[in-house]
Design a protein around this ligand. Structure first.
Ligand SMILES: Nc1ncnc2c1ncn2[C@@H]1O[C@H](COP(=O)(O)OP(=O)(O)OP(=O)(O)O)[C@@H](O)[C@H]1O
Ligand SMILES: [Mg+2]
Length: 250
């Protein structure tokens, strides 16, 4: 199976504050991985490392088989940051314009132009049930609606891998369910690889294929029994300094 992401012995600190220590895991094409962990565990930090927004102090990251500093194919990767909509909230653009803006890198600013991009943008908005709001200014949408537009923005560009940082925050229960259904369908039907940071593991567990838990700087893959345990009470995974490779498979 094609390797999409490989992380080997990754360590990262903000100044003197260690966040990740010796993290290793990999994702294959078609994996749908949830990343869980308490506030401040370092989940968003890990995602920023995977996007080269931060550089690790130690270790290696490979995207689509290439060492990250040599990776150039960024349009293959879609990213919805934590509270991403809030950052663009005051941007004077409609939902449709926000989605279309993400298509320029793909097709070139003036090439193909209007019609096809418009169709693509509208389909993406429809997939998150936001087509009726296509002409609304982003600032005039609710928080959850804005979050769905940010998802449509990434989906429209047809990425091969999606990184989602708490995409369901502020989204109502019914929309969360249809979001999981949409992501699950894309994952199954197109082999889209997804990493999703979430605090809603109970809601997501039927959709994701793997669960990675970040705790005390290390990342451990939970098997089914551990996952059930995690949902009953907060999981504390065993940390043995003698065993550098703490990851294991389901
Ligand atoms: N730019 C930064 N500079 C210094 N410290 C930071 C920075 N960003 C985050 N931190 C700290 O690093 C730790 C991990 O933060 P991170 O945002 O990765 O956590 P998280 O697991 O995503 O948490 P949450 O569930 O609240 O989103 C926290 O203690 C945070 O205060
Ligand atoms: Mg976070």
């Amino acid at each position: 199976m094609e390797s999409i992401l490989e992380v080997n012995h990754l360590s990262f600190a903000y100044g003197s504050q260690p966040i990740l220590s010796d993290v290793s895991f990999s994702l294959k094409r078609g994996d749908f991985a949830a990343i869980i962990g308490v506030n401040g565990a370092g989940k968003s930090t890990l995602m920023k490392l995977l996007l080269a927004e931060l550089s690790p102090q130690q270790g290696e990251i490979k995207l689509f088989g290439r060492e990250i500093s040599h990776f150039r194919d960024w349009p293959k990767i879609g990213y919805v940051p934590q509270n991403g909509a809030a950052a663009s909230e005051n941007f004077p653009a409609t939902a449709e314009e926000i989605v279309r803006a993400n298509l320029y890198s793909q097709t070139g600013f003036l090439r193909l132009g209007g019609k096809r991009q418009r169709e693509q943008a509208r389909r993406a908005l429809e997939s998150v049930n936001m087509l009726p709001y296509a002409k609304r200014m982003l600032s005039e949408l609710s928080g959850g609606q804005q979050q769905r537009v940010m998802l449509a923005r990434v989906l429209a560009a047809s990425p091969r891998m999606m990184l989602l940082d708490e995409p369901t925050t502020g989204v109502d229960a019914q929309s969360v369910q249809s979001l999981y259904e949409l992501l699950g369908r894309l994952n199954r039907e197109t082999g889209l690889t997804i990493i999703m940071i979430t605090h809603d593991i109970a809601g997501a567990m039927d959709t994701v294929s793997r669960v990675l838990c970040l705790e005390d700087g290390s990342l451990v893959e939970l098997n089914h029994a551990q996952l059930l345990d995690e949902m009953k009470h907060r999981h504390k995974h065993p940390i043995s300094p003698k065993k550098p490779d703490r990851t294991y498979s389901v």
